[in-house]
Design a protein around this ligand. Structure first.
Ligand code: GRF
Length: 202
């Protein structure tokens, strides 16, 4: 079983997609859900599934960013999933968990990523750009926002959309397929990290 920690800041629909996935049931175990927000809506989902919640930050009873890497090691976490986590991951954790932290981004990287590119900002930028396609990207996390190697992407046609909100809805639907798919590949050791590219074996 692949031991997973999921970092969240918001509603947690991707967390739910992971937990609902029948394919993942015997392949992964979500050991912890971690948020920078004490009242994170995704915590409710974790509670439904009897998964422990933790807060990272400076609040009382939280795990400090300085200790988060050691904490994950103490839980023997194999893979960290950022599913709508809005804070920067500390460098020591990136080094300790090199190629073991993944993020889901609601656009086709390397376009429409970087600092400030989250939530509706992304879909608004995609809408304004007049591009006819968007999609979702799962990538490794490195020291800067949205620049780690791309693992897998899903593309969608947005030629007929009338608003950024419509793009957001369509992208979210493919995120919910893509993230469990990538986790399945991780659990089955079917992700090969090369120098320039990542290969996902069938
Ligand atoms: C998703 O669109 C994800 O791509 C982005 O943040 C959003 C999180 O949504 N990184 P949810 O909390 O999983 O519903």
């Amino acid at each position: 079983m692949l031991k997973v920690a999921v970092f969240v800041s918001g509603r947690g629909s991707n967390l739910r997609a992971i937990l609902n996935s029948s394919k993942l049931r015997n392949l992964i175990k979500v050991q912890a859900v971690i948020s920078n927000k004490t009242t994170c809506p995704a915590f409710k989902i974790a509670e439904e599934y009897s998964i422990s919640n933790y807060i990272v930050g400076n609040e009382e009873n939280s795990i400090s960013y300085n200790n988060i890497s050691e904490f994950l090691k103490s839980l023997e976490i194999d893979l960290v999933v950022l599913a709508g986590f809005l804070k920067m991951i500390p460098n020591d954790m990136i080094v300790d968990f090199r190629n073991r932290i993944i993020n889901i981004h609601p656009a086709l990287l390397p376009s429409f990523g970087g600092k400030g590119m989250y939530g509706m900002n992304v879909h608004q930028a995609v809408y304004n750009s007049s591009t006819q396609v968007s999609g979702a990207t799962v990538h490794f996390v490195d020291e800067t926002y949205d620049t780690g190697k791309i693992i897998s992407q899903r593309c969608i046609d947005i030629s007929d959309v009338g608003s950024p909100e419509e793009i957001s809805e369509r992208v979210l639907a493919v995120e919910h397929e893509l993230l469990p798919h990538v986790l399945e590949k991780f659990a089955l050791n079917k992700i090969i990290v090369g120098n320039a590219r990542v290969r996902v074996l069938p």
